[in-house]
Design a protein around this ligand. Structure first.
Ligand SMILES: Nc1ncnc2c1ncn2[C@@H]1O[C@H](COP(=O)(O)OP(=O)(O)OP(=O)(O)O)[C@@H](O)[C@H]1O
Length: 621
């Protein structure tokens, strides 16, 4: 017994398995939409559990008044009664099972869609911090864990409670002496259940984190990029060892959970067995004196067996509720995470002709991890002690409608960061970013997303058909509009040549497009969206000259008549730009047109000689 107490104490200190009332209230709020179903479900449970004493009582009568009294018709009628009771029980069982899954699955659906919707609306900063595997595990495992609180915990607790009361009272009426003797053994059940529930809540929580950790490693190492790194660096043994260490934690926890559960369930069976000994040992002596009757004694032992499952269930209920509520808490944790980028309640729709981009003395610092994410969703959860470094300082320029602004500067200068602020992927720290003269924080997210289009370096495509990827930009686009966009993006011939044409699946695991082809497809997608402002990150990887020329022609069409902000890596782009901003350490250090800047002989001239030299050499050749 002392070891039981020791582990109770240890668990209390290492795991915080306490569930507060607010969580419980919130769980109930999720049940609200299914109130009617839950009421019917609980009602049927009450009837079903009340019926548990019918058969034992019929057995008592059949023995005492039928068999022992030699009355054949009573035996027949009571046997028929038992048949009816069994039939009703079967029908009730099926109905309850159906309702329980209806409620449970609906709850899973509600939680899943809520988490998916909420996560989707998180700022980009959240995704740069969060581990996909951990997030997916929240959507899958924890949501299912949470659902258990409802179907098994809620339904079973009501029916078990009623069964215990009805059976208990019936037993007391039949023989209070024997019943009280049996009840005396029950505190053992209570103690073991208390111990197991605390221990399991803590262990389950740790195991879920361990599973998520393992899942993270797998998602990261098994995607194409991760697998490639692994191969190129030949770190198979280290990876095996690191994974084995994580899997070992889950294995050991699994054993501890199984052992705790087994100790618990064994107790649940042993205690009633002890009670049965008392029924027949003590009750048998009493029966020899005539009271209780043989029928009553048989009914008592049957009732005791019927007490077993509900009692076991009731003690389990603590365990079930605790483990399920841990899942609820983990789901709520995600739902409670505020998004850094929110639409104001009085946000306005961006005017249809908004096309200028203005940076008004903008300063910016990337948000810290604890502002955007949950420690449990990150790989290495640690609080950052250093204050975050300011990335942009006093960026001030206006890109007039229809003009091209090129951003150049050394790696890490802040060019990508500037482009992120145009579509409000992050909010500025000081100053303002305006599109069409309106602060991007004051407009609706939808109208801003409609006005600003991006072509990123990696030109990401979903694992979907080319058509699906293109229509993502404009779902209602007609077939001829899709082909026009492909034509303008210089990729129509290639798509026509594919065996499945527009229905060819691209993306991570689909048809492999080359870098240049993917960029042109992304340009076609942009053309379909037809935004007024285009943000473009030119590919740094040098494409072959034919592909490069095709991308260039596609871009010329895409940027024509639009305001563009381009992270420039090509000489032709900087030459064409209406204005070049030279960025260094988050500051605009020079600005102007290509020839003027070159003549000035400053940082731009230096960059020109290093970054664009290849283009110059190619051009001269
Ligand atoms: N999500 C982020 N969180 C914190 N800091 C970041 C984040 N993204 C970038 N930074 C930091 O901000 C600075 C500017 O980065 P940015 O990506 O804007 O540079 P860049 O000029 O586009 O560089 P490159 O040409 O190499 O892409 C860098 O010091 C970088 O480390």
């Amino acid at each position: 017994m002392s070891s039981v107490w020791r582990s109770m104490r240890a668990d209390r200190s290492v795991t915080d398995a306490r569930i507060d009332r607010a969580t419980l209230r919130r769980v109930l709020s999720f049940a609200k939409p299914h109130r009617r179903l839950i009421e019917v479900f609980l009602g049927l449970n009450v009837v079903n559990s009340g019926m548990v004493v019918v058969t034992p009582l019929l057995i008592q009568r059949i023995i005492d008044h039928g068999i022992l009294a030699g009355n054949a018709s009573i035996v027949t009628w009571l046997a028929l009664g038992m048949l009816v009771a069994a039939a009703v029980n079967a029908v009730l069982n099926v109905t309850i099972g159906y309702l329980s899954s209806r409620i449970g699955e609906s709850l899973i659906f509600d939680l899943r869609t809520a988490v998916f919707g909420h996560v989707q609306r998180q700022s980009l900063a959240f995704f740069t911090r969060t581990q996909t595997g951990a997030l997916v595990s929240r959507l899958n495992n924890d949501v299912i864990g949470a659902q258990r609180a409802f179907t098994s915990a809620l339904g079973d607790s009501v029916s078990n409670l009623i069964s215990v009361v009805v059976v208990g009272v019936t037993m007391l009426v039949l023989s209070w002496q024997v019943t009280l003797l049996c009840v005396a053994t029950f505190p053992i059940l209570w103690l073991v259940s208390r111990w197991a529930s605390r221990r399991l809540a803590g262990l389950t929580r740790t195991q879920m984190n361990g599973n998520a950790d393992m899942g993270n490693t797998m998602t990261e190492r098994f995607n194409v990029g991760g697998a490639m790194l692994l191969k190129l660096f030949g770190r198979r043994e280290e990876e095996d060892a690191a994974f084995a260490a994580k899997a070992a934690v889950v294995r050991d926890l699994g054993v501890r959970i199984a052992l705790t559960t087994r100790v618990f369930s064994t107790t649940m069976w042993t205690v009633p067995a002890l009670a049965t000994v008392l029924v027949f040992g003590v009750g048998g002596h009493l029966a020899m004196d005539g009271s209780p009757s043989i029928g009553t004694l048989t009914a008592l032992s049957t009732l005791l067996m019927r007490l077993l499952a509900p009692l076991q269930g009731l003690s389990n209920i603590r365990v079930d509720i605790m483990t399920a509520l841990v899942s609820f808490e983990r789901v709520f944790e995600v739902l409670d995470l505020p998004s850094l980028i929110c639409e104001k309640p009085d946000a306005v729709v961006l005017p249809a002709d908004a096309a200028s981009v203005e940076f008004d003395h903008v300063a910016f610092t990337y948000p810290r991890a604890d502002d955007v994410s949950l420690a449990s969703l990150e790989v290495i959860a640690r609080t950052e002690s250093r204050p975050a470094q300011q990335v942009l300082h006093d960026i001030d320029f206006t890109a007039e409608p229809g003009t091209m602004t090129a951003l150049v500067g050394p790696s890490g200068a802040g060019k990508t960061t500037v482009t992120h602020l145009v579509a409000r992927l992050y909010d500025v720290g000081a100053g303002a970013v305006r599109v069409g003269g309106v602060d991007v924080r004051d407009v609706t997210l939808e109208s801003l997303e409609g006005a600003v289009g991006y072509v990123t370096q990696d030109a990401h495509m979903f694992h979907d058909t080319i058509r699906g990827n293109l229509l993502y930009a404009r779902p209602g686009a007609r077939e001829d509009e899709v082909w026009d966009a492909l034509e303008a993006a210089q990729i129509a011939t290639l798509v026509k040549g594919l065996p499945d044409g527009l229905d060819t699946v691209v993306g991570d695991r689909g048809y492999r497009l080359s870098g240049g082809e993917r960029q042109r497809l992304a340009i076609a997608r942009l053309l379909l969206k037809a935004p007024r402002v285009v943000v473009l990150d030119e590919a740094t990887a040098h494409l072959d000259s034919e592909s490069e020329a095709a991308v260039q022609r596609a871009l010329d069409t895409a940027l024509e008549g639009r305001t563009s902000i381009v992270i420039a890596h090509r000489l032709s782009t900087v030459r064409n730009a209406d204005r070049i901003l030279v960025i260094e350490d988050g500051r605009v250090v020079e600005q102007g047109r290509h020839d003027d800047l070159l003549a000035r002989g400053g940082l731009y001239a230096e960059l020109h000689h290093t970054q664009f030299r290849k283009d110059v050499i190619e051009k001269e050749a």
